[in-house]
Design a protein around this ligand. Structure first.
Ligand SMILES: *Cc1c(COP(=O)(O)O)cnc(C)c1O
Length: 357
């Protein structure tokens, strides 16, 4: 497939339109990492006793490539993901993938499958999914002796749509995503399967997403689904942009970090602090909190309109996406698409075949 028709674009979801190729490599004890190979996307033979499948020794990443105004393609802050992939590997007692290998894999896959990303369409991006798992056929309860690294890509539309409707969000009082001393601050697969049940509970309550509270006190707001959270106090240039502090049970998102930087540069007062759920609900009721949104690579910035729990419902502001939310979203998307200056060097250009770039 080399061109996407407008009709097809409307069907673009998140995670099913895989491109034609993937990158693959294997690590084994004596030899370390083998050189990565670019191969056609195809099933990978898996022994039924593969250690990673049984014991969840699996980590992943997520990042995006965007078309630039000159037709080139740039990946957003891939070195951050390379670094986080290494942190996740250390936490799961896995070998680290050298950051240069991670970046080189991205360069080669994006170059090979660049035609998937049509020029002149703002909504579409190439979502890149690195994954690594213990691939040794062995069920001893210990780290694997062999690992496979794969890099996949799929065509992604807006996660919640281009002009996202505000989300209604369920405050989970019973389920936990992460615990102190656990793995909440890394991207390991074992954090995600257990969250699906809370997601279902939210859906049963008419909500699209879940807000996670801390598991020790059930008092501190941490994240929403697989995204970081922000709230806005006040309005206009003096607005305060607040996100829960990184306590070790939150995933330090690249989008979160980017928005903190852009918000401060725009002139907003920026704070990272503990956010208690009681205070947040009171502030939503009083109007002190004027906007709320979630952020992550997949959805970029997703406005939140309503919070709900088993006792009530709280509308944030007028329930519509707020001006600060939309301004921050636009600032970030403009950098990603090469329409705004990039003073921090966040864009990583990919050399495409047949061009001098
Ligand atoms: C990936 C992820 C995020 C967002 O991280 P980004 O680097 O911004 O994509 C936030 N929370 C959780 C739990 C995540 O897994």
């Amino acid at each position: 497939m080399s061109q996407t028709t407008p009709a097809a674009q409307r069907r673009v979801g998140h995670g099913d339109l895989f491109t034609d190729h993937m990158i693959s490599s294997v690590w084994s004890g004596p030899d370390g990492w083998r050189p990565t190979e670019l191969v056609p996307l195809a099933p990978v033979p898996t022994h039924p006793g593969t250690l990673g499948v049984h014991y969840a020794q699996v980590i992943f990443e997520g990042l995006k490539a965007h078309r630039q105004p000159d037709g080139s393609i740039a990946v957003f802050r891939p070195w951050e993901n390379a670094h986080r992939f290494q942190r996740s590997a250390r936490r799961l007692a896995m070998p680290e993938l050298p950051q240069e290998m991670f970046i080189d894999a991205i360069d080669r896959l994006v170059a090979a499958d660049a035609d998937w990303l049509p020029a002149g369409d703002d909504e579409l991006s190439l979502y890149l999914r690195p994954v690594m798992y213990g691939s040794e056929p062995n069920l001893m309860l210990r780290p694997s002796d062999e690992y496979r690294f794969l890099l996949l890509a799929f065509l992604a539309g807006g996660f919640f749509g281009h002009r996202p409707d505000p989300l209604s969000v369920w405050v989970s009082r019973t389920h936990s995503r992460a615990m102190p001393g656990g793995t909440g601050d890394v991207k390991c697969a074992a954090n995600y399967g257990p969250s699906f049940m809370a997601q279902r509970e939210a859906a049963a309550a008419g909500c699209q997403q879940v807000i996670w509270l801390d598991s020790a006190e059930r008092r501190w707001v941490e994240e929403m689904g697989g995204m970081n959270l922000f709230l806005v106090r006040g309005a206009g240039p003096g607005a305060e942009v607040v996100t829960p502090a990184l306590t070790g049970t939150l995933l330090p998102g690249v989008t979160r970090d980017s928005l903190l930087t852009l918000a401060a540069r725009t002139g907003y007062r920026v704070r990272q602090e503990p956010v208690s759920i009681d205070q947040l609900l009171a502030d939503c009721a009083s109007g002190a909190v004027t906007e709320m949104f979630a952020c992550g690579t997949a959805a970029v910035v997703a406005p939140i309109g309503v919070l709900r729990d088993d006792k009530g419902e709280w509308t944030i502001g007028d329930g519509q996406p707020g001006p600060t939310t939309l301004a921050l979203r636009e600032r970030l998307v403009d950098v990603q698409h090469g329409r705004a200056p990039d003073p921090d060097g966040w864009l990583h250009p990919v050399r495409l075949p047949g061009t001098a770039r």
